[in-house]
Design a protein around this ligand. Structure first.
Ligand SMILES: Cc1cc2nc3c(=O)[nH]c(=O)nc-3n(C[C@H](O)[C@H](O)[C@H](O)COP(=O)(O)OP(=O)(O)OC[C@H]3O[C@@H](n4cnc5c(N)ncnc54)[C@H](O)[C@@H]3O)c2cc1C
Ligand code: FES
Length: 303
């Protein structure tokens, strides 16, 4: 279907520092046009990453693991993961690392200013794959951002799942995201033993640290893990996947029970530009979350 690209001729509900957004019309619901989202909060989490809370004109209705295309007119647009679990209101949380043109600009914004949001895009995680199972989440660094949306969804109804284990790995204690929230998940399991959190750093960098030191692969061999009951979800830097998958397969986990979040460079988010292709798959639409048995044989999928 060819979308209706009607050009808006009135000022937007919000005017960004360097441009004008479209007003709230039927055409703004198209995936090709950003909706104006008002910045509610910006909170520095680390030296490089901040949490952005925005309010949209209406709920996005996202699934965990989906992403949006976030933009500032005249500056640029980039894919950014949704970091909160599904919710009924029109609030969205994202965590953005300051790396380049757009993200530097976004870090300068203040509450009350506007950004553009297209989406949500991508497959995301299907909670149906996780109900009734023991869950193992393995995250590295910024991988915590999309994984948080899944873990928040699980923690909202923990009785629908079996045991939950989270292994998170960071370069140093200063890089850890959502420490207080992760510790609150850990407390949910106190007594019942149903939630276990293992927090690791490569190097303490002489900072105070109450977790362990090592790689996220290391605890897997000693986990109390029933491969017939367990589903694993991995999100982190590309180098992490190969070694975590090797450990999980060694523990008897079938590839059909392992989900990987694969990120690629993206431009359109809607399967048109081809930037995100992994062989015949479009990461922006078929992914970024894939069941391992769908991609393990593809030469371009895993390093
Ligand atoms: C599905 C998806 C979800 C993402 N979620 C988040 C998120 O939640 N938070 C976040 O901070 N970032 C996220 N990113 C990464 C973010 O989209 C890029 O870092 C983006 O390029 C930043 O825009 P920029 O204009 O600030 O930087 P740019 O000026 O575009 O680039 C800055 C530097 O990053 C490099 N770069 C850009 N994109 C990529 C890429 N995909 N892989 C490797 N290197 C790249 C460039 O070559 C350059 O060196 C996500 C990417 C994808 C594909
Ligand atoms: S980002 Fe354009 S095809 Fe996927």
């Amino acid at each position: 279907m060819i979308p209706n690209f009607t050009t808006p001729d009135v000022a937007a509900p919000g005017v960004a520092a360097s441009g004008v957004f479209v007003p709230e019309t039927a055409c703004s619901r198209e995936l090709y046009l950003p909706q104006a989202a008002r910045l509610l909060e910006v909170e520095a989490l680390t030296a490089r990453e901040s949490r952005f809370k925005v309010e949209l004109p209406r709920p996005l209705g996202h699934r965990p693991g989906q992403f949006v295309m976030l933009s500032a007119p005249g500056i640029g647009e980039a894919p950014i993961s949704i970091s909160c679990g599904p919710r009924d209101d029109a609030i969205l949380e994202m965590v953005i690392r300051r790396v380049g043109t757009l993200t530097r600009f976004l870090h300068e914004l203040e509450p009350g200013q506007w950004v553009g949001v297209r989406g949500p895009f991508g497959s995301g995680f299907d909670l149906g794959d996780f109900y009734g199972r023991d869950l193992l989440f393995v995250v590295g660094g910024l991988g915590m951002v999309p994984m948080r949306s899944l873990i928040q969804a699980v923690m909202a109804t923990p009785d629908r799942f079996g045991k939950v284990t989270l292994i998170s790995g960071w370069r140093t204690p200063a890089d850890e995201l959502f420490r207080a929230e992760v510790q609150s998940w850990s407390r949910l399991g106190e007594g019942s033993g149903r939630v276990r959190v293992i927090r690791l750093v490569d190097d303490t960098a002489k900072l105070p640290w109450d977790g362990g030191v090592g790689l996220v692969t290391e605890p897997i061999a000693d986990l109390d893990l029933d491969p017939e009951r367990t589903v694993a979800a991995l999100c982190g830097p590309p180098v992490m996947y190969k070694f975590v998958i090797l450990e999980l397969v060694a523990r008897g986990l079938a590839p059909s029970r392992i989900f990987v979040d694969l990120e690629r460079r993206m431009r359109c988010g809607v399967g048109k530009c081809g930037h995100c292709q992994i062989n015949h798959l479009y990461c922006c639409q078929d992914g970024p979350v894939f069941r391992l048995d769908r991609v393990a044989h593809l030469p371009e999928a895993l390093p």
